[in-house]
Structures are given as structure tokens and as C-alpha cells.
Design a protein around this ligand. Structure first.
Ligand SMILES: C[S@@+](CC[C@H](N)C(=O)[O-])C[C@H]1O[C@@H](n2cnc3c(N)ncnc32)[C@H](O)[C@@H]1O
Length: 154
């Protein structure tokens, strides 16, 4: 349950904004209750093949389809999991399948620099503080900033 305890869900109106702006067909880190779209990857998936989005044989692009975007609001901890998901987002886009992410705006971290800045992703900082939802969010505004990160198809 440790992974779930830091699972803050994307709140409205960000959820609507993302679904309006992008043809999201896969949520790469979710649970059945929090997924943005019906197709998701997550620990509680009924099909064991779709429980780990970092599994080498889980191809985000193939699941998202030719004109689809993958959405990623990754777990923040442990850092190698967060970093691995961002790396897979950049790789998926480079291989032709775009990804839109909602990511902590921690611009000095190695994972942000490597997989977002150096990867040439488009960053839009979200104004103000975001009130994440879900059973583990505390109802208040998150004390960190977030950014919408777009990894376009390479
Ligand atoms: C920050 S929440 C995002 C939930 C939802 N996508 C949203 O934006 O509201 C991250 C989710 O990723 C899940 N998760 C953790 N490890 C994962 C993995 N290896 N593969 C896929 N999902 C994972 C967590 O259980 C959690 O549900």
C-alpha cells in the first residue's frame, strides 16, 4: 500500500483540461478509481500483464494506439520509480507515441533535468497550488508546484 499512500489524484479542472486538449487513450499510472480514461496501467489491474507500466513488454505506444496520447501522473516515490516512468515517457515519445504528464515542478532535480529539460519536453507551469484529490490527499493545496509536461512524438 506504500505506493497508494502517495497517490494523489489529478483534480478538476486539470482533468477536464487535459482530456479536452489531448486525445488521451491510456493512463500509465492509475488505479481503477483514479484513471483518466478506461484503459490504464496500475497495481490493481485485473489483468496481471498491465500492473507495472515499467515492465519491458508493456509498450505504452502500442496500447495508446496510433493517434492516442498517454497520460502520466506518476507516483513521486520511490525516486527510481518516478524517474523510470519519466524516462519511459521520453522514450515512448521518441519512438513515436506522445505523452502528457502532470509532474512536480522540481526543476533542479536530476530526474527533471534528464527526462524533461534535456529531453526537449514542453513545460507549462500550472499557476498557483493544486488541490489533489483521492483518499490520500489531505484536502489542502499541495505545497509544491506542478507542471504539465508534453513529450511530443519524435
Ligand atoms: C499519482 S497516482 C495517479 C492516479 C491517476 N492517474 C490520476 O492522475 O489521478 C499514481 C498511480 O500509479 C500507481 N502505480 C504505482 N506503481 C505503478 C507501476 N509500477 N505501474 C503502474 N502504476 C503504478 C499508483 O498505485 C497510483 O495509483
Amino acid at each position: 500500500m506504500a505506493a497508494e499512500r502517495q497517490a494523489w489524484w489529478t483534480p478538476e479542472p486539470l482533468r477536464s483540461q487535459i482530456l479536452t486538449e489531448y486525445n488521451v487513450t491510456l493512463d500509465a499510472a492509475a488505479c481503477v478509481q483514479s484513471r483518466l480514461v478506461p484503459q490504464y496501467l496500475g497495481l490493481d489491474h485485473e489483468d496481471a500483464r498491465y500492473r507495472d507500466s515499467l515492465a519491458p513488454d508493456v509498450d505504452w505506444g502500442q496500447l495508446a494506439g496510433p493517434s492516442g496520447w498517454t497520460y502520466l501522473n506518476p507516483p513521486y516515490l520511490p525516486i527510481p520509480l518516478l524517474s523510470g516512468m519519466l524516462a519511459k515517457a521520453a522514450a515512448s515519445a521518441a519512438a513515436g507515441s506522445p505523452v502528457i504528464g502532470l509532474v512536480p515542478a522540481s526543476v533542479t532535480t536530476r530526474w527533471f533535468t534528464t527526462h524533461i529539460t534535456d529531453a526537449g519536453a514542453r513545460v507549462r507551469f500550472v499557476r498557483g497550488r493544486v488541490k489533489f484529490t483521492g483518499p490520500f490527499a489531505n484536502g489542502g493545496s499541495a505545497p509544491w508546484g506542478v507542471a504539465l509536461v508534453e513529450w511530443p512524438a519524435g
